[in-house]
Write a protein of this length. Structure first.
Length: 114
């Protein structure tokens, strides 16, 4: 099993940046595909970005302003978000996937408002 704990969310103004973290524990030796998703109020959860090995895949919402990184020594994933706008307001979730197993963190709230 894998446990995921996100942090770093908060309230920021439009145009500002934020970096989310996801600490991974448990069976970290298994090569999971790691990723970030988000869910805005009243909307379905959507894909932001994922990393499989050294390859990064960006969703439409993540490309250009969001950057995913990992620190294997700290078992931590990061999501750097720049030029945030109110449409980025959502709960952001960390995800680990290795079929048929999939794990989610509890989420961290990001609110972009002036």
């Amino acid at each position: 099993q894998v446990q995921l704990v996100e942090s770093g969310g908060g309230l920021v103004r439009p145009g500002e940046s934020l970096r989310l973290s996801c600490v991974v524990s448990g069976r970290t030796s298994t090569p999971y595909t790691m990723g970030w998703f988000r869910q805005a109020p009243g909307k379905e959860r959507e894909f932001v970005v994922s990393m499989s090995g050294e390859t990064v895949y960006y969703g439409k919402k993540g490309k250009g302003r969001f950057t995913m990184a990992r620190d294997n020594a700290k078992n931590t994933l990061y999501l750097q978000m720049d030029s945030l706008n109110p449409e980025d307001t959502a709960v952001y979730y960390c995800n680990a996937l290795k079929y048929p197993f999939e794990y989610w963190g509890q989420g961290t709230q990001v609110t972009v408002s002036s």
